[in-house]
Design a protein around this ligand. Structure first.
Ligand SMILES: [Zn+2]
Ligand SMILES: [Zn+2]
Length: 418
């Protein structure tokens, strides 16, 4: 799980190599395998291509400089080791076998075995039905199955919800840092990048004061930032800006900013950034207390895992999911390329308990918005529907939702102005 290639890196390499292959004359290329299914750590980056001789593919892989490893040709396959320890395999496919190969090389072994069995039951053979199919959808139709999107092609007979979250399902995102804390771009640049990424709203959430390493904001700087947000609203009318914060969850589960300060903001993300090694029960109590806070909208990167790095903190996810559900707090699917936290297995577990989710890039640079797609892939792997995901709301619905929730929070806390 912790070795291989980051999904974001694998998809980038795959896309770049596809470009090189097409320039070299390939008729078709597709990234298959783990990366197509949206697996967080890709054990083998797999590309299928047609119309090129294996030796030319090998030359192209070398030319593309995507790894310093030796490029080997074996039959119709070209392989090399990637610099991060992962593997690359490019398989040359004959055009008549294209659909068959994409199906075989996208689903996991159990899913493909199940498809073979279903094809047999319908009186055909997998190879014959696949060769007759124009595309993958036609194959699933031919064996009388509902289409299974790549993210769900694992195991036999996966359940595919009719209203599965769409690939472009997030209309806006939260959890965006600027150079007010540890982001590298200005607030204005991040807002413009959100607009350029076709998002209709963006939630700015810099760190709070306890995060001194990130130059976190205290109440006074948050007030000053609110003015900067107002200025950005005037200058970039195409995208709605919500002003929030990523507030630290302190060791006892209380928050790093007072309620009056939090109540001024459009939304609040609460995250654990310190004392990762607290015992299970204490960490559970800490996070449960935070997700029960009337003004906390989203629990940020719930487990704190870093892909290829730290495992994150341990706590009772079920208990946290139940408390969050009861309080109307969303669990984050942190889509940052290095996090993907919660995992798809955790999302399934929490969703079964009624939890709902927010898919956020945790962007620290203008390029960070791209990560949102990784979180969407993860959510689709967990079979989430639009109803499970906060940021499928459109801009007006989101504005209403956040203001109602804040007023309720204020009222529950007995704050003036409710
Ligand atoms: Zn954080
Ligand atoms: Zn963050």
């Amino acid at each position: 799980m912790t070795h291989g290639t980051l999904l974001a890196t694998a998809r980038d390499l795959g896309e770049s190599l596809s470009g090189f292959l097409r320039s070299a004359g390939a008729r078709r290329t597709v990234v298959a395998g783990d990366a197509r299914r949206g697996v967080a750590m890709v054990s083998e980056l797999l590309l299928l291509t047609s119309g090129l001789a294996p030796r030319l593919v090998a030359e192209t892989v070398t030319l593309a400089k995507i790894s310093s490893g030796r490029v080997k040709v074996s039959g119709l396959e070209v392989t090399t080791k990637l610099d991060d320890g992962g593997r690359l395999r490019v398989r040359v496919v004959r055009d008549p076998d294209w659909v068959k190969a994409t199906i075989q090389e996208t689903g996991d072994a159990d899913h493909v075995a199940w498809l073979r069995e279903v094809a047999r039951e319908r009186g055909g053979t997998f190879g014959r039905v696949a060769r007759a199919a124009r595309d993958e959808r036609a194959f699933y139709r031919a064996v009388e199955l509902a289409y299974v999107p790549p993210e769900l092609r694992e195991g036999a007979a996966p359940t595919v919800p009719l209203d599965l979250l769409g690939e472009h399902g997030a209309l806006g995102v939260f959890h965006v840092h600027t150079d007010w804390s540890d982001g590298t771009a200005s607030l204005l640049q991040m807002v413009e990048a959100a607009r350029d990424a076709q998002l209709t709203y963006v939630g700015i959430s810099d760190h709070s004061q306890a995060a001194t390493y990130a130059h976190g904001l205290d109440a006074a700087r948050l007030d000053a930032q609110a003015k900067a947000v107002d200025e950005a609203r005037a200058r970039v009318p195409g995208v709605e800006i919500f002003h929030g914060v990523e507030v630290d969850i302190l060791a006892d589960g209380s928050l790093d900013l007072d309620d009056e300060t939090l109540a001024k903001l459009d939304f609040v993300i609460a995250s654990v950034h310190t004392r990762h090694n607290m015992p299970f029960a204490a960490m559970t109590a800490r996070i449960v207390r935070a997700v029960k806070h009337p003004l906390v909208t989203i629990l940020g990167h719930p487990t704190g895992r870093i892909l290829g790095g730290g495992k994150g903190y341990t706590f009772d996810l079920g208990e946290v999911a139940r408390a969050a559900t009861e309080n109307g707090t969303f669990l984050e699917i942190n889509a940052n390329a290095h996090r993907l936290d919660l995992s798809d297995a955790h999302v399934r577990e929490a969703a079964a308990l009624g939890a709902r989710f927010a898919i956020d890039p945790d962007a620290h640079a203008t390029s960070g918005f791209r990560d949102t797609a990784l979180g969407i892939a993860l959510a689709r792997r967990a079979a989430l529907t639009s109803k499970h995901v906060l940021n499928t709301l459109d801009r007006d619905a989101m504005k209403d939702f956040l203001s109602v929730r804040r007023e309720k929070g204020r009222a529950r806390l007995g704050l003036a102005g409710a």
